[in-house]
Design a binder for this molecule. Structure first.
Ligand code: ADP
Length: 272
């Protein structure tokens, strides 16, 4: 279990607390979606879990160990980060980028073993990206890059994955592909924390949701319960409805909740 308790945080130069009292936990197989407007502290929270910043108050335990006291190598065996692909500037091939995920498992000065390469190859097979193994990362499309970043995080073989806006800047088809991959990963036992600007993602991929505003959690729980018209309207200061969509044909029926922004110019008022 990954337990985040009473986290408070302030940047050195800012006057106000960015995170005011954040607590939640996730277990193996959970996917938690953090929703909230820009500037509300979502990325800061992820960076604290990744130990980029130290909280002023609070604790983070992972499988009963104090995460803040672990070395970076120990931590990397628990938590992997699917970073934004723009972090990679050198001309590495896809295989080389994925192998970077093995670094926490290497002894100092050691090079990648046959086993490390096998792990990378198996992950590429599982994610269906083996065909791009020798291509240069920089020449890939946004969607392809994001799959490689996920593969790199999986090569780390940690139990929890942190994803900051994993579908940001992707076209519709690639968004679907990434969400489908996230669904498969949580089903296979990874604990996932992701942020998103699309509340629908909580319904599509997550069994837990946190609604964050101004550094506070204003609502948390199962998306079916906490992501609703009232909470979203409060969260985004905009009129948002939540309804249930049903897709069916002779073979199947599919239900999904969907979020619908309500625009004044399209409202038809009922006559009494
Ligand atoms: P979100 O991910 O929800 O958009 P962030 O965590 O990026 O929000 O930012 C939360 C607040 O912290 C914002 O007001 C932002 O301007 C501020 N902030 C982010 N990074 C820094 C930093 N390095 N130094 C000072 N303030 C920062």
């Amino acid at each position: 279990m990954l337990e985040v308790k009473n986290i408070k945080f302030k940047y050195k130069r800012s006057e106000e607390l960015v995170l005011k009292d954040i607590s939640f936990d996730i277990e193996k197989g959970d996917c938690l979606c953090i929703l909230g407007p820009n500037g509300t502290g979502k990325t800061t929270l992820l960076k604290i879990i990744l130990s980029f910043f130290k909280p002023m108050n609070g604790s983070i335990y992972v499988d009963n160990q104090d995460l803040l006291k672990l070395s970076s190598r120990q931590r990397a065996k628990y938590i992997a980060y699917v970073s934004q692909s723009s972090n990679i500037v050198f001309p590495y091939t896809v295989l080389e980028v994925i192998l970077m995920g093995r670094t926490p498992h290497l002894n100092i000065g050691a090079s990648m073993s046959t086993e490390d390469k096998e792990i990378a190859v198996n992950i590429m097979d599982d994610l269906g990206i083996s065909h791009m193994k020798n291509r240069y990362f920089q020449n890939l499309s946004g969607g392809e890059r994001q799959m490689v970043m996920i593969a790199r995080a999986l090569a780390q073989q940690s139990k929890y994955l942190i994803m900051d806006e994993p579908t940001a800047a992707l076209d519709y088809s690639n968004q679907i592909k990434i969400l489908d991959t996230i669904n498969k990963l949580s089903k296979s036992g990874y604990g996932i924390i992701m942020t998103s600007h699309f509340p629908d993602h909580a319904f599509i991929s997550c069994n837990k949701a946190i609604l964050m505003k101004d550094g506070y959690i204003i609502n948390s729980g199962n998306p079916e319960e906490v992501v609703n018209s009232e909470s979203l309207t409060k969260l985004y200061d905009a009129h948002v409805g939540v309804t249930e969509a049903k897709i069916s044909d002779e073979m199947y029926t599919y239900f999904s909740k969907v979020c619908v922004p309500v625009f004044d110019n399209n409202i038809k008022y009922k006559e009494n």
